[in-house]
Design a protein around this ligand. Structure first.
Ligand code: DQA
Length: 144
């Protein structure tokens, strides 16, 4: 099995970006955590990060038939992007939405997600451990 891990805008700055909110681990650390967790279940991962909405849409479209599930932190696009939500609906794969911070404890505009209605699970506020939970959830779901 194979999982696609999708990182939205500004997550390339993880580790240096508002560390009091997002922690000090880097995106490489997150990808390594996903890789090692997936490996425990015999799963492989591919990862993509982009600051561009269309690049993320293309990556999600390409996942159709190529992977068995998607872990996505759409970052700011969570709250704005119908295009990313439509792409996720189109590929019809199990999706887990992850946020490092507890989006419900922050500004009002972070409480709404276009992605959540399509997600089989939503994890927010667990920091990078949320990605481990996400991979474990998909692994359990794929095993049936
Ligand atoms: C985020 C939360 C979003 O509101 C924000 O725009 C991000 C990161 C998180 O992981 O907590 O960029 O998705």
């Amino acid at each position: 099995g194979r999982l696609l891990i999708v990182h939205g805008p500004n997550l390339n700055l993880l580790g240096t970006r508002e560390p009091e909110i997002y922690g000090s681990d880097t995106l490489e650390d997150v990808n390594e955590l996903c890789r090692s967790t997936a490996a425990r279940y015999g799963l492989e991962i591919e990862t993509v990060q982009s600051n561009h909405e269309g690049v993320l849409v293309d990556a999600i479209q390409a996942a159709r038939g190529a992977v068995d599930g998607i872990v996505i932190n759409p970052a700011a696009y969570t709250h704005t992007s119908v295009a990313i939500a439509d792409a996720l609906a189109a590929v019809d794969l199990p999706v887990v939405e992850v946020h490092l911070s507890n989006v419900h404890a922050r500004e009002e505009f972070r409480k709404h997600s276009y992605v959540s209605p399509l997600a089989s699970a939503v994890i927010a506020g667990a920091g990078i451990t949320g990605y481990r939970f996400a991979v474990e959830h998909l692994a359990a779901q794929l095993r049936g």
